[in-house]
Design a protein around this ligand. Sequence first.
Ligand SMILES: [Zn+2]
Length: 472
Amino acid sequence: MKNIVSYVFVLIFFLGCEKKEVEVFDVVIRDANVINVLSGEIKKQTLYIRNDRIKKITSHNYLNFTSEFIIDATGKYVLPGFWDNHVHFRGGDSLIQANKATLQLFLMNGVTTVRDAGGDLTRNVMDWKNQIRQKTLVGPTIFSSGPKVDGQNSRWEGSLVVSHNDEINSVLDSLQKLRVDFVKLYDSSISGVLYLKTIAEASQRGLITSGHIPFTVQLDQTLDAGIGAIEHLYYILKGCSSREDSITEAIIKGDENFWSSMPKLLKTYEPLRAQNVFDKLVQADTYVVPTLRISEVLSQLDVDNHFDDVYLKVMPQELLKTYENRVLGFLESSENIKNDRKEIHDFFEVLIKSLSDAHVKILAGSDTGAYNSYIYPGVSLHEELDAMVQAGISNLEALQTSAYNGANFLKKTQDYGSVEAGKISDLVILGSNPLNDIKSTRDIKYVLKGSDVYNPEIIAMQLGCSDCLGLK
Ligand SMILES: [Zn+2]
């Protein structure tokens, strides 16, 4: 795949004395403000890229080099390409092409890696993953769980079924055969006992796990089983309730369900118990994926109809159609339920700040995918970061929740997560400083995917959506 940047200036650039050996690079980014996403420190540096990796970083002098592309990044900011740590490719055979078409939207928004948290297009996702790696397809690096693990008659097509003890090993065997990057557990029909056993067995095998948590088990039990990450905040909220035991009992008996229990969990949130939960999350090194933006969007469907969203122009129609049921379901629900959803979301903003204050590790994930209304691929990761900052998290920590924490969670820090010599050169070059204004994550001048340089404006123009980008 050839670079599509049309105006990266000079082709060959010589500097320094002739005696030194001339080094050859694919891309050189000169005089950038490089952000250390761990410390927040900014250094003026020049990055030398060859064969999809950062080969060298210099602070004061230039090497004697030639390079196909030289980007003058004076006054601009470089950080690792963004990771969206919760996306879905799904919707069955009729949506394969529509899902594939979203790949460029991630890249256009500087999202160079996605963590696919399960769906029914595993064969295709694995093909795309390989093609992207081999550069025969343009898109973000994909790390995938393959199909979700659930019980019988799961809510989601394509899920692997664990309905007996002896299915745990065969399901995990099949996932390992698929070479998935982690195991994703879902909570629509799996029994609490089998859920916990599956996590324990997966952990025993050294697999990374993440999941929802069936309301028939308690948060503590899930942490003890060894879960790696908890997707969404409902499950944290339940663990922080002084009535977690009795509500769990009522769920097991069928006297309560997920949504009916929510207002009770909110009312019985107990700060002391919550602190214990947070401490335990830290001790267990368990990540939390708040998916704040989707929670906000889905709780406001009666207030915001999204008719003016610019991304409606670039989203495949077939994917937009999948938004309908969820929207109708919400609009037809009672005023009480609508209000509950809003209250729960408001509380999640408080909860995420408490989790952050307690140093629980957070992963930024948008939950973009078919059926998840108005959460558009790529841009929704920026909205998620923005939502975190709105909730009171610092800009630096919000940035850490994307590439840095994402790479740590999936144990990929050898290649990803920070701007360092030796790592893969998946980078974004921003026009302004995201440590000052988190909206600057959308001020993307260039996206580097390895040695390939992309100009988001050109992708947006090709898609007929120049207004899809920018500081909004
Ligand atoms: Zn999801």
